[in-house]
Design a binder for this molecule. Structure first.
Ligand code: PLZ
Length: 447
């Protein structure tokens, strides 16, 4: 399967065939025969190469990528510094198991995480492979430290696909349907979704806290686990003040406040972590996705006294903190520092909010444009009833794909288009992608 690739990275779309092209369609037939259909595919164009906001497929089509592989390749795809670090480490050794014979890069990643996460207090970190695994371990640690069991999560939350994290995830289809029973002592309570609940931060927090008091009892609460901006739930930005109120309540009962920053972390929202926007200092923080430029790695970082409460050998796994992934993480975090990725994300916010807000002004079915940094979304709903419009949303996404722009849908009601561009996307490429989205909306959305 060799195709002639141009020598320099492309910065704009090329539509060489209908989407998907013939070679991708051929592979997709092979996929149907060989891969479990449980493994879905949003856009069946098979990838040949990718760079900064660009994905080239095996048919010679070039896409503007506003998804970054679900918010992972913030530093750009195949970021040169990440590639060099991966290659260098892979030549030295690919795996030894840190728990058997350790290596320095694992420690360096933990030092960097302890440094960049919110709060100047003493911290420790532990590394894992996937986001779900990090969340599972944060729950283990919170239970061990507090000696309590109850975990509170929020409506519209997403925390993963393993058994424990499915139980923590709100949405049934496709994540949970038929996969139960789920783990006990997980309580899902109302959060803050200003566009739909119309509540102030105080009202929303009062409801959540009162439900904890009545249904769980503060003294049984081990942790409240929240996404500072809910990702799979629809890029829901809670009313300012809601999360600090929950954090304060958690602490008042001796429970932990855990921020799941797996989607919102690593400069995505224009700060290193979304928690910083409201001055939140989580007791534990889970990270993954953007941490290592596309290599699988995740982490739990938290207060030293909490992390130190776990017995030796209580945390781990064969591959956790793989040396190649650690090398990639060091390179990715270094790039984020050197390139002031937070500034790049804020610049993306300026451009994206401007364009999407003007689309909203022209189309009443865009109920809300929201988000921060390079984590921006628009929610499609009937103007008066706010009835979600998932079909229109899917149509807009599909048309964008066919015109060479990769956008992702999200939301409990599947009525949100989300943008997670890499920080390294050239501004002209970003404009091009946003202009296509606008063109599609003008064509398919009613006024
Ligand atoms: N917590 C906040 O966003 C992963 C899931 C995509 P893993 N979100 C993308 C899909 O369809 O599986 C996510 C997240 C938050 C936890 C996770 C889980 O991270 O690395 O996918 O396990």
């Amino acid at each position: 399967m060799s195709i002639a690739l141009p020598p320099t990275p492309l910065v704009s779309r090329v539509l060489a065939t209908l989407i998907p092209g013939p070679k991708s369609s051929e592979l997709h037939a092979r996929k149907a025969a060989a891969v479990s259909p449980g493994v879905g595919v949003t856009l069946p164009i098979y990838v040949a190469r990718a760079s900064d906001g660009i994905i080239e497929d095996i048919d010679g089509n070039v896409f503007v990528d506003l998804g970054s592989g679900i918010g992972v390749t913030g530093v750009g795809n195949a970021n040169a510094q990440v590639v060099a670090a991966v290659a260098e480490q892979a030549q030295l050794f690919t795996h030894t198991a840190f728990a058997v014979t350790p290596y320095e890069s694992y420690i360096r990643v933990c030092e960097m995480l302890n440094e960049v996460t919110p709060g100047a207090h003493e911290k420790r970190s532990a590394l894992f492979n996937s986001g779900a695994e990090a969340v599972e371990n944060a729950v283990k640690i919170a239970r061990k430290f507090t000696g309590r069991q109850a975990i509170v999560v929020l409506e519209n939350g997403y925390h993963g696909r393993t058994n424990l994290t499915m139980g923590m995830t709100a949405k049934s289809m496709p994540f949970k349907d038929g996969f139960g029973p789920f783990a006990p002592e997980i309580y899902r309570l109302p959060g803050s979704y200003p566009f739909r609940d119309g509540r102030t931060a105080d009202e929303a927090a009062r409801i959540t806290i009162s439900r904890i008091e009545k249904e769980i009892g503060g003294s049984s609460l081990a942790a409240i686990v929240v996404e500072p901006i809910q990702g799979e739930g629809g890029f829901i930005v809670p009313a300012p003040g809601f999360l600090p109120a929950l954090a304060e309540y958690a602490r008042s009962t001796g429970a932990l406040f855990v921020a799941d920053e797996i989607q919102s972390g690593f400069c995505r929202t224009g700060d290193w972590f979304a928690s910083e926007h409201e001055g939140l200092v989580p007791d534990l923080i889970t990270t993954a996705k953007g941490i290592a430029g596309g290599m699988p790695l995740s982490a739990v970082t938290g207060r030293a006294d909490i992390m130190d409460s776990v017995h030796a050998g209580g945390l781990g796994g064969t591959y956790t903190g793989n040396p190649v992934a650690c090398a990639a993480a060091i390179a990715a975090m270094t790039w984020m520092n050197q390139s002031t990725a937070t500034e790049l994300a804020r610049q993306i916010e300026g451009v994206a909010l401007d364009k999407l807000t003007s689309a909203r002004d022209a189309h009443e079915v865009i109920g809300e444009v929201r988000g921060r940094g390079a984590m921006i979304a628009m929610e499609f709903a009937q103007p008066d009833s706010r009835e979600p419009l998932p079909d229109l949303t899917a149509r807009v996404a599909r048309e964008c794909h066919e015109r060479g722009v990769i956008v992702l849908t999200t939301g409990t009601y599947a009525n949100v288009i989300r943008l997670l561009p890499p920080f390294s996307i050239p501004l002209s490429t970003l404009h091009e992608g946003l202009d296509v989205i606008r063109e599609v909306i003008d064509e398919f959305a009613p006024q």
